[in-house]
Design a protein around this ligand. Structure first.
Ligand code: ADP
Ligand code: MG
Length: 218
């Protein structure tokens, strides 16, 4: 089972993933988690190039290829082996981020991007994708007000981030069996309850997971 968390920066993906890791630990279910870009030694070096505010002159195509270079390494060295061993894998971002950011955000045609993604991932597609949806300015405001690290991707303008949000919603509407859209604008505990419920409904977690108090995993 390959699960991905998608949505804009500031939507709470990493916060929720930390909590879900504790649910798996409590239930003693093996889980492998990773994040994009990065998740491998080579990928983390590429991440630094992509996120570094020094690199504001980066062109869209450069950005696309760097993300997918890191992704190819992650798929071959981490994701495929874990999935082949039957481990549940959750990745904080994956290929859909390329369609949302570089496709809808930078307005790059989607078809060549889809071909590139098929090449970079060897056609690996998630079984379940949770979209943490919220208005673009709310995500950006959360990052600013919490003094989160501001990266080169955050620095694109608000219309860019609004296109990203619209792109995610379009992708989710295209493949409704794979995607579950979660309202990420509420408080973190409420979002956690929703994530756990979706994972129970999709057979990822057993029903007992719903009885773990959020206070014990937050
Ligand atoms: N539901 C929420 N309500 C308010 N703030 C939140 C919520 N979830 C996360 N945050 C805060 O918003 C910021 C971004 O959250 P994070 O989990 O890092 O998002 P992402 O990984 O999607 O960028 C962090 O400072 C985090 O503490
Ligand atoms: Mg994050």
């Amino acid at each position: 089972m390959f699960i991905t968390f998608e949505g804009p920066d500031g939507s709470g993906k990493s916060t929720q993933l930390r909590r879900i890791i504790r649910v798996f630990e409590r239930l003693k279910i093996p889980l492998l988690t990773t994040r994009e870009p990065g998740g491998t030694e080579i990928g983390d070096q590429v991440r630094e190039i992509l996120m570094n505010m020094k690199n504001r002159s980066m062109k869209a195509r450069t950005e696309i290829l760097l993300f997918n270079a890191a992704r190819a390494q992650l798929v071959e060295t981490v994701l495929r082996p874990a999935l082949a061993a039957g481990t549940i894998v959750i990745s904080d971002r994956f290929a859909d981020s390329t369609l949302a950011y570089q496709g809808y955000g930078h307005q790059t045609p989607l078809e060549p991007l889809r071909q590139l993604l098929a090449f970079a991932t060897g056609n690996l597609v998630p079984d379940l994708t949770l979209l943490f949806d919220l208005p673009a300015e709310v995500g950006l405001r959360r990052r600013l007000s919490n003094h989160d690290e501001w990266n080169r991707m955050d620095d694109y303008d608000l219309p860019f981030h609004e296109r990203v949000r619209g792109g995610y919603l379009a992708l989710a509407a295209e493949a409704p069996r794979r995607w579950v859209t979660i309202d990420a604008s509420g408080d973190a505990d409420q979002v956690t309850r929703t994530v756990v419920r979706v994972m129970i409904d999709r057979g990822v977690l057993p029903a007992d997971a719903g009885r773990i108090p959020v206070s014990e995993i937050a």
